[in-house]
Design a protein around this ligand. Structure first.
Ligand code: FES
Length: 108
């Protein structure tokens, strides 16, 4: 069964915004692109730089460290399936946002 983690109301970004949200030992970067929420691990799969502060263009986040670009909706490196940042579905229920953690990803 997947686990739902509620995002504190103050951590839900406005349209065009972003925020960093921490739970357990993870840092998750949340983005709001045109009203759609995306959640990814705040750790670049290349060398672990923070992605929350990256440059956002549409649904694409560019890592500040070496410039790799990732699609927020799939987590994959642009035009590739070789590198992927962990991403999480976000559900909004009654105005509250939840990050959905799949079972494999919540395993120790
Ligand atoms: S750490 Fe992100 S591109 Fe190198």
């Amino acid at each position: 069964m997947s686990v739902r983690i509620q995002v504190p109301a103050g951590k839900v970004p406005q349209d065009g915004g972003r925020s960093l949200f921490e739970f357990d030992d993870r840092s998750v970067a949340l983005f709001n692109v045109g009203g759609a929420l995306y959640a990814i691990d705040d750790s670049c799969p290349h060398q672990g730089a923070s992605l929350c502060g990256g440059r956002l263009e549409g649904r694409v986040i560019q890592c500040c460290a070496h410039g790799l670009r990732f699609d927020l909706s799939s987590g994959y490196l642009l035009n590739s399936t070789k590198l992927k940042v962990a991403n999480y579905p976000v559900e909004v229920v009654d105005g509250q946002a939840f990050i959905v953690i799949a079972p494999e990803e919540s395993a120790p």
